[in-house]
Every structure is written in structure tokens, then in C-alpha cells.
Ligand binder design. Structure first.
Ligand SMILES: Cc1cc2nc3c(=O)[nH]c(=O)nc-3n(C[C@H](O)[C@H](O)[C@H](O)COP(=O)(O)OP(=O)(O)OC[C@H]3O[C@@H](n4cnc5c(N)ncnc54)[C@H](O)[C@@H]3O)c2cc1C
Length: 395
């Protein structure tokens, strides 16, 4: 299944696959714009792994299919349009490829086959209260104690740390020299004594992020990836993997379809929202931006397929793709009007005697706030602008 190089045929196969395999309850959860549970995701990962399409972009020796970027993008798009949840990029697109490139053979054997089953989840411990864009300012330290490191400090904004089995963290192992020197990359099991996790409930009402505290956490030296003090190279490489996917074409199309459904099914003042000039103008503008984004992404895919090395200009896909998702979410809220008023938890749970007519509308404001983070996570848009100004435009 799913082996053909003909992209149109391949697209049809993926469409049938997701229609056939995606469990109804999960499709419903995603359709309503809610967070899938860990159990739902585990089950979905198991189905994808059984069909050999959980990590299709990985090389065959680690359970992948060696798909091209173009195939991977078609796959992601069809999955999004078919109602499947976004997969955990930190596990499948970040730590997996990092271990393939920088991990020791023992680390690769230990982790990669398990990650490829989809039953082991990872989170990313980079940011700290005083180290975000300026990541090299991180202060969490690891000191050698025999065959272990003792780790002390804290991380923040760690997405879904409360569900993760393992975390990869950047720690300071040397304080002399430049800030980028003296950083090491460690793998730590989340149930190691001394780790505590405190979820942070965001303005959207969901505990997406966490603080993670390390209090004398003992980590065997063989859980360091790469050389001691050379973790910066490993850390930066994460962002190179799958950069083309950051355009998030599928996620943008999913939202465009949502807006269209909402505008066609709602009236205001006796008039269909889809027929209102303000709506049509904004929809047309966003659709044009999406077509431009897709064309740009296709250009990069063609360049990569021709063997060209892509430079910092790929950052524009991340900037544009993430901003566009925010604009769709804003349009969804505006198209819903009063239906998208933020609701109290009590109301949501029906305690006030109210029932939620349409969960998608009821959580639209939450999703809009959630999307605010898209232009911050993985390097803010301001930082991406700086990179492009320096490296592409030589300003
Ligand atoms: C949805 C989401 C998920 C995240 N998940 C994780 C995770 O799993 N693991 C993890 O480690 N981190 C995670 N983060 C944290 C993220 O990496 C940081 O928020 C990000 O790097 C910015 O750092 P900061 O929040 O400290 O902001 P700061 O770096 O303090 O920036 C504040 C503002 O100043 C601007 N700014 C900073 N420096 C410059 C400059 N040189 N030029 C121009 N403008 C500048 C920024 O653009 C921003 O607007 C996540 C964040 C979000 C929003």
C-alpha cells in the first residue's frame, strides 16, 4: 500500500486510507476542534504503524518508507482534510531524525524502534524562563558525578510534558567560553526521581504547556547525544528537519474548509454569512494567500528534488504558514459572531443547565488563542525575519 510514485494516484490512496482507517470517535473529536485524548492518539498511532505509515519519511532501516518530501506533504494534507489529528512533530520529526544523525548505535537501537511504534512520546526541553529566542542563555546545569550527570534547573513552555515518557533537554555543562559552547544534549525519562511537572493553563483554557523542574536528577552519561559541550550543533539541527512541512498546507486547508462550512450554514440579519461582502473579501484574500503559499512550497520541493540545498529562505514557509492559520482562526470567530463567545467551563460542562449546540463554535475562541502561539513556537516570526534579513538579503 501507498508505494506509488505517481502523486495523484498516491493522493487517492491516502484519501481512501484515512476514510477507511480513522476511527469515528477521533474524527469527531478533531472535527469539533477539540483535543484528542492520549488513548485516542495511541490507538491511531498503532493503526498507522501497522499500515507502515507512522514514520514514512524515515529511512527503511528504521521502519520508514523513505518517502519523498512531496509524498510526505500530500500525505499530511490528505490526513488533515480527512479529519485526522496532527501528529506529534517533536517525537516523529525531531528526536527520531536527531538520533539517526547524532545518536550512538546503542541509542539508536534503544529508542528508534520504540518511537516507530508510536507508543513512546517525547517532549522538548529547550526554553527556560530566561532563555527563549536567546536560547544560548540557558542555565539548567548538569554536573558530572561518576557515570552520571546531576541535573538542576527548570524548563518552561514544554508542550505536553504531562503526557510525555521522555524529554530531550539542553543543559549547561560548562560555563567558561561563549554561551553556545558548554551546552550538552541529554535524554531523560520523565519518571526519573527529581523531575516534577506543572501544567500551565493558557488563555485558551487548555493545559498545552508545562513547567518542568529538575532537582538533582541523576542521568547516566550514556544518555547524552553527541559530545559533551557540543550540544548546540545537535540542538540547532532539529529545526532543519522537515522544514518544508512547516508551511502546514494541510492544516491551512482544514481551516479553510471549516470557515466555508460555517459561513454557508450561518445567517445573520436574515442573510447568509457566506454572501456578506466583508466575509467574501476576507475569504478571497486568505484563499489567495494559501494558493501562493502552496506554490511557494511546491517551488522549494522541486528545488530539493533537483538536489539543491535549501537555505534560510525556507523560513518564509514557516512564517507565512503559521500566520495564515491565525488569520483563518480569526475569520472562523468572526463568521460565527456571538456563537463564538468564550464560554465558562461550567457552561461547557452543562452544569448551568445549558447544552452546547455546536462544540466547534463553542471552542472557536479557544482555538483562535491557541493559534496565537504558532508564530512564536519554533522561533518567533521576528527572529525568522532577522535570519532572512541577514542570511538571504545580506542586510
Ligand atoms: C505553542 C508553543 C509551543 C511551544 N513549545 C515548546 C516546547 O515544547 N519546548 C520548548 O522548549 N519551548 C517551547 N515553546 C517556547 C518557544 O520556543 C519560545 O516561546 C520562543 O522561542 C520565544 O521565546 P520567549 O517566549 O522567551 O520570548 P522572547 O525570546 O523573550 O521574545 C519576546 C518577544 O521579543 C521578540 N524578540 C526577541 N528577540 C528579538 C530580536 N533579536 N529581534 C527582534 N525581536 C526579538 C520576540 O519575537 C517576541 O515577540 C513553545 C512556545 C509556543 C508558543
Amino acid at each position: 500500500m501507498l508505494a506509488t510514485k505517481d502523486l495523484d494516484q498516491f493522493r487517492q490512496q491516502v484519501r481512501h486510507f484515512v476514510a477507511d482507517q480513522l476511527p469515528n470517535d477521533l474524527r469527531q473529536t478533531v472535527h469539533q476542534g477539540q483535543m484528542p485524548t492520549r488513548v485516542q492518539l495511541h490507538d491511531w498511532h498503532a493503526r498507522l504503524a501497522a499500515a507502515g505509515v507512522l514514520v514514512p519519511h524515515w529511512p527503511a532501516e528504521w521502519g520508514g518508507r523513505g518517502w519523498t518530501v512531496a509524498q510526505q506533504m500530500v500525505f499530511d494534507e490528505e490526513m488533515a482534510l480527512g479529519g485526522a489529528p496532527e501528529l506529534n512533530a517533536i517525537t516523529f520529526d525531531m528526536i527520531g531524525p536527531v538520533l539517526m544523525r547524532f545518536g550512538s548505535p546503542a541509542q539508536q537501537q534503544r529508542f528508534l524502534p520504540t518511537i516507530a511504534t508510536g507508543q513512546q512520546w517525547w517532549c522538548q526541553g529547550y526554553s527556560e524562563p530566561n532563555a527563549g529566542s536567546d536560547l544560548a542563555g540557558l542555565a539548567t546545569r548538569a554536573e558530572r558525578d561518576g557515570q552520571d550527570y546531576l541535573v538542576n534547573g527548570s524548563k518552561i513552555w514544554t508542550s505536553y510534558a504531562q503526557y510525555a515518557d521522555w524529554i530531550f533537554v539542553l543543559v549547561r555543562t560548562d560555563r567558561a567560553g561563549k554561551p553556545q559552547e558548554g551546552i550538552s544534549f541529554l535524554l531523560i525519562e520523565m519518571n526519573t526521581p527529581g523531575i516534577s511537572v506543572r501544567p500551565i493553563v493558557g488563555i485558551h483554557g487548555w493545559p498545552v504547556f508545562c513547567e518542568v523542574f529538575f532537582d538533582n536528577v541523576r542521568v547516566p552519561v550514556d544518555q547524552r547525544v553527541g559530545e559533551e559541550d557540543k550540544g548546540w550543533t545537535v540542538a540547532k539541527s532539529l529545526l532543519e528537519f522537515e522544514r518544508l512541512k512547516l508551511a502546514r498546507i494541510g492544516e491551512n486547508k482544514r481551516r479553510m474548509a471549516r470557515v466555508r462550512d460555517i459561513a454557508l450554514s450561518r445567517t445573520r440579519g436574515g442573510r447568509r454569512v457566506a454572501d456578506m461582502p466583508w466575509f467574501r473579501e476576507r475569504f478571497a484574500e486568505l484563499e489567495s494567500r494559501l494558493i501562493a503559499l502552496e506554490a511557494n512550497a511546491a517551488r522549494f520541493v522541486a528545488r530539493q528534488a533537483a538536489g539543491e540545498r535549501l537555505g534560510a529562505e525556507v523560513s518564509m514557509l514557516k512564517m507565512r504558514g503559521s500566520r495564515l492559520i491565525q488569520l483563518w482562526e480569526e475569520l472562523i470567530v468572526d463568521a460565527l459572531g456571538p456563537e463564538a463567545m468564550p464560554l465558562s467551563q461550567e457552561w461547557l460542562e452543562g452544569k448551568a443547565g445549558a447544552t452546547l449546540q455546536d462544540p466547534l463554535a463553542g471552542t472557536a475562541s479557544s482555538r483562535r488563542f491557541l493559534a496565537r502561539g504558532y508564530t512564536i513556537a519554533g522561533g518567533t516570526s521576528e527572529i525568522q525575519h532577522n535570519i532572512m534579513a541577514k542570511q538571504v538579503l545580506a542586510l
